[in-house]
Design a protein around this ligand. Structure first.
Ligand SMILES: NC(=O)C1=CN([C@@H]2O[C@H](COP(=O)(O)OP(=O)(O)OC[C@H]3O[C@@H](n4cnc5c(N)ncnc54)[C@H](OP(=O)(O)O)[C@@H]3O)[C@@H](O)[C@H]2O)C=CC1
Ligand SMILES: CC(=O)N[C@@H](CCC(=O)OP(=O)(O)O)C(=O)O
Length: 390
């Protein structure tokens, strides 16, 4: 347990406990909340109504899983495209017993009672849809549409002009541990990409402290197949991805400008990276191996101690002890990110390894962490579940 976050949980009650009509129930929830870090799954009588746009996809269904145990959020709207009109149990048989709204098309969705939405739609589609949403809604967008500040970069890397430049100006980049203050008052949060999350969590603090060089940053990342979404094409069939690995987007992957934007902000100077994503034959999980040049006089232990100090009070980011290698299995199903730093054989260089679950800290978990902040409730609400192991 992390005492700083626990303290914040005690003192920052953005009105969430008043969601309980029944006072004894409210007091019980408050008491539990104060004494125990993990929040109860008992629902408030009047939960905050949230919508999930793209609930029939992988990130959408991951949000359903977390919100089921969230005391202050209730799902009142879920959309799909090809699967509009179906029940969630027919799209996801593991949810057959859940009492959830029928999937509707976005054009038929009623937003009148919804306070916030998670947008789990393909990039390109998302900006058009968000443009048409009521302006009082809080939005966490899991797509890439609002991550790049420069809309010309968006046009260059996503192959189409940006169609919602005004909204783009309003968006806050949702790397929670770094931008927590801005996220708290944001209306539209651009949730980071999964690859950028694994890379930025270790590198941003190091670059901010000038502990590593701005160039010669070599990154190889491995992703589980769910990273490509449920609508993925033939190339993601079991027959084609099992028992083999392959890299893609070599030399040019659309996450590069996002990574460089954030690293350059951290360093206050232009940073460039070499980035190679690779598809691994596993359902979920992501690892980034980041090879950096250390600043003159800086040691591997300095990098590690700096990261440890930076994340000491964070519940979801852990710098591992000793020489333990991060393992995707140890964060699977959880909102955790595990990091460790190792010496390279080449003097002056270090190898940083970082792992997350691409669907949780890389997408829906971080999105929920952000909406919690935006709604003024404790950031870890609904997210303190342990990893799934083995
Ligand atoms: N998967 C991951 O690990 C990560 C994904 N992301 C991003 O999150 C977003 C969602 O990803 P993911 O859940 O994996 O994707 P999926 O392909 O699994 O799901 C996409 C969802 O969007 C709906 N949809 C598709 N096209 C349209 C359209 N034209 N209009 C309205 N709805 C539409 C689909 O409906 P239907 O099923 O009916 O077709 C489905 O509900 C994407 O932008 C993705 O890049 C971000 C980080 C990680
Ligand atoms: C395995 C795989 O295909 N991964 C996706 C990235 C994951 C993702 O969804 O990223 P965004 O949030 O930026 O869309 C890709 O390489 O495009």
């Amino acid at each position: 347990m992390n005492s700083m976050v626990a303290l914040r949980s005690v003192f920052v009650d953005g009105g969430c406990f008043s969601r309980f009509q029944d006072k004894p129930k409210m007091l019980k929830a408050r008491k539990r909340h104060v004494r125990v870090f993990a929040v109860s799954s008992q629902k408030a009588d009047k939960p905050i109504k949230v919508g999930i746009l793209g609930a029939s996809g992988y990130t959408g269904v991951e949000l359903i899983r977390f919100i089921a145990n969230h005391p202050y959020f209730g799902i009142s709207l879920m959309t799909a495209d090809r699967k509009a009109g179906q029940s969630i149990g027919s799209v996801f048989p593991h949810l057959i017993t859940q009492d959830l709204p029928v999937l509707v098309a976005v054009k038929d969705a009623d937003f009148s009672s919804v306070e916030a939405v998670f947008c789990c739609l393909p990039h390109g589609t998302t900006q058009e849809i968000i443009k048409g949403l009521p302006t009082n809604l809080k939005i966490v967008d899991l797509s890439a549409d609002f991550r790049l500040r420069d809309i010309n970069d968006y046009g260059e890397w996503y192959g189409q002009p940006h169609k919602a430049s005004e909204l783009q100006k309003e968006a806050v980049y949702g790397l929670t541990e770094i931008y927590r203050n801005k996220i708290q008052s944001a209306r539209l949060v651009a949730n980071p990409g999964c690859y950028p999350t694994t890379i930025l969590l270790p590198l941003v603090p190091l670059l901010k402290a000038s502990l590593t060089a701005l160039q010669d940053i070599l990154i190889v990342s491995n992703s589980g197949v769910s990273g490509a979404g449920r609508s993925a094409k033939e190339a993601n069939l079991y027959t084609e991805v099992s028992e083999g690995i392959f890299s893609y987007g070599i030399t040019r992957h659309r996450h590069v400008p996002e990574i460089e934007q954030e690293l350059s902000d951290a360093a206050n100077s232009k940073v460039t990276v070499s980035f190679t994503p690779t598809l691994m034959p596993m359902s979920r999980g992501m690892q980034s191996t980041i090879n950096v040049q250390m600043a003159p006089g800086v040691s591997v232990e300095d990098l590690k101690q700096h990261l440890k100090g930076f994340y000491e009070k964070e519940e979801f980011v852990t710098v591992l002890p000793n020489n333990e290698a991060p393992h995707t299995k140890y964060v699977q199903g959880s909102n955790g990110c595990h990091i460790n730093v190792f010496p390279d054989r080449i003097p002056g260089r270090a190898i940083i390894i970082s792992v997350i679950d691409n669907l949780v800290k890389g997408a829906s978990g971080q999105a929920l962490q952000n909406l919690n902040l935006m709604m003024g409730i404790p950031e870890n609400t609904g997210l303190s579940c342990m990893p799934l192991f083995p």
